[in-house]
Design a protein around this ligand. Structure first.
Ligand SMILES: [Zn+2]
Length: 233
């Protein structure tokens, strides 16, 4: 779905789920934010084409956090691209993406209980992060992208504020369910009180559109809603 010129939500579908990756581009450059589940590489290519551009133009991938549904097709994207893909993530998240640390949600017991093929696929998901970012940093492309470190869901979770579009990409810090903006999901969130405190940071931004990885686009009384969810009001 088109948000603005050069900004598109890519809907990646599996079973009854839709994951909302974000594609942002201009005449020189193109970036993808989050990469779906393992095996979604072809879906991503199709969605990029449906947005009116093509995969070979992709130069950057920004990862909001290391959960499997966000990094699932990252290795494929990096390995199958002819050109170099720059992988960008928060410093605290990099060791989980490059395989130095075990995923926060993957205990050794859970890994053991996986079917062998799935376990092998999971273990193969290791990708070097080329550029580590930190809170408040502004990436200089596409009209400026501010990195907002929002720990809680994971240690190095980030939201991204796209200045040119007044749009916030939330990762899993916020969700949309039944048309309403809701907070992080307790069952998937590593530190819930911290995740809620992190939401207060989002109030510093003039946001017209929110894109949640789970639930998609939300417009409306955004700052009031975030204030309520974070406990400010
Ligand atoms: Zn997720």
């Amino acid at each position: 779905m088109k948000i603005g010129e050069g900004l598109e939500v890519l809907e990646l579908k599996r079973d009854n789920r839709i994951l909302n990756s974000v594609l942002i581009w201009d005449e020189n450059d193109m970036a993808l934010i989050d990469t779906g589940l393992p095996g979604m590489f072809l879906d991503i290519i199709k969605e990029i084409e449906a947005a009116g551009t093509y995969f070979e133009r992709l130069k950057k991938v920004i990862i909001t956090h290391h959960d499997i549904d966000h990094i699932g097709s990252l290795t494929d994207i990096v390995n199958k691209s002819k050109g170099k893909i720059e992988v960008i993530a928060h410093t605290l998240e990099a060791p989980y993406i490059n395989g130095e640390e075990q995923s926060l949600k993957m205990t050794p017991e859970r890994l053991k209980a996986m079917p062998r093929e799935e376990r092998a696929r999971f273990k193969a998901l290791k990708t070097e992060v080329d550029t580590e970012v930190s809170d408040g940093e502004i990436l200089p492309y596409f009209g400026g992208i501010t990195i907002i470190h929002t720990p809680g869901h994971t240690h190095g979770h980030i939201c991204l504020y796209l200045h040119k579009y007044k749009t916030l990409v939330t990762g899993d810090a916020l969700n949309v369910e039944g048309g309403q903006l809701i907070g992080p999901k307790q069952e998937y969130t590593y530190d819930m009180p911290l995740a809620l405190t992190s939401l207060k940071k989002l109030l510093d931004y003039d946001i017209e559109t929110i894109i949640c990885y789970h639930g998609g686009i939300f417009k409306g009384d955004i700052s009031n809603r975030i204030s309520k969810l974070s406990g400010v009001q």
